[in-house]
Design a protein around this ligand. Structure first.
Ligand code: MTE
Length: 303
């Protein structure tokens, strides 16, 4: 069922040292495709040959947004250990043929998982390269059997106040919720992540199961998913509910549409050190293959 993934990062990234020493090649390499765990492919006039270097484990696991454990970037790493992630059951309901409670262990037993998948992830004005492990959301939705009238997928994070100290504060309306259009959800790039670097997902990154949509900002990266509902109406998202003017439903990486309070034309790679500057952000994070999902849409209105 699950396919072997081809790594197809569209940004290049390198170690901080190389970023400093080989700045010119690196700039030339932006936009290059990445071969499976190997050297860069060649894009346009660029001929950079740099090994892909994902962010360090410590960067990825200590700089997080998971407001149920506090609003500071380092709060989740400090506080999320209190979340019980085993056993874990995902409820899949709504417009599906086989609604029910799916034990994560049973889901994983049906998938080829723990395949190393490199995905570029870009969040607001900062970015990381994260070696996620997981499986395609489409494979899970196929198990549940999507009915023909389904148009959207709604996601819900676990809500356990006794394990989630941040939920004492109404910074967001709990539980945290997200949504995708069905075609976005079924796209083979859309991933349910269960691990990082071949290890189980740390709680602060959304254990045991979180969404990764590589052409969208981090807001779609809903963590510790407990429920998935197929619907025919656009579902609410936590950030849109909190501030609709600043956060729309789509959350595509779109350098041409500014956030009301900052430009989205460039990003700051995390872990790049003092000398790593910002870099230009590519439309859809460079995943051109998703562009057709948005044909004919006004992406300034649907941000
Ligand atoms: N999921 C839940 N349940 N709660 C949250 O506060 N924050 C979102 C998203 N998923 C969030 C969440 C935001 S704003 C971002 S930027 C990403 O998670 C960050 O993912 P990371 O911490 O793994 O980098």
């Amino acid at each position: 069922m699950a396919k072997r993934w081809i790594n197809d990062l569209t940004h290049s990234d390198v170690t901080p040292e190389k970023a400093f020493l080989n700045r010119r090649q690196i700039l030339a390499g932006l936009g290059a495709g990445i071969g499976a765990g190997a050297a860069f492919g060649v894009a346009g006039q660029a001929h950079a040959q740099e090994a892909l270097k994902p962010n360090k484990w410590d960067d990825i696991t200590n700089y997080c947004n998971y407001y149920e454990f506090g609003t500071g970037k380092e709060d989740p790493a400090r506080n999320a250990h209190t979340l019980t992630t085993e056993p874990w059951t995902v409820k899949i309901d709504g417009l599906v043929d086989n609604p029910g409670d799916y034990a994560l262990g049973d889901i994983l037993a049906k998938m080829t998982i723990e395949e190393r998948i490199y995905r570029f992830r870009c969040v607001e004005a900062w970015s990381m390269v994260v070696p996620w492990n997981g499986f395609e959301l489409a494979d899970l939705l196929s198990m549940a059997g999507v009915k023909s009238d389904a148009k959207y997928v709604a996601f819900e994070t676990v809500f356990r106040p006794e394990e989630m100290p941040g939920t004492r504060y109404q910074v967001l309306d709990w539980p945290y919720v997200e949504g995708l259009r069905l075609d976005e959800a079924m796209h083979p790039l859309t991933l349910m992540a269960t691990g990082l670097y071949g290890k189980p997902l740390p709680n602060q990154n959304g254990a045991p199961l979180r969404l990764v949509v590589p052409w969208k900002y981090g807001f779609k990266s809903i963590k510790s998913i407990l429920r998935i509902t197929l619907t025919d109406t656009q579902p609410p998202t936590s950030w849109n509910k909190a501030n609709a003017r600043e956060y729309g439903f789509y959350s595509n990486v779109n350098p041409t549409v500014d956030h009301p309070r900052w430009s989205q034309a460039s990003e700051r790679p995390i872990g790049g050190g003092l000398f790593a500057g910002r870099k230009d952000t590519l439309m859809f994070n460079g995943y051109d293959e998703v562009a057709s999902l948005y044909d004919g849409m006004d992406l300034a209105a649907n941000f």
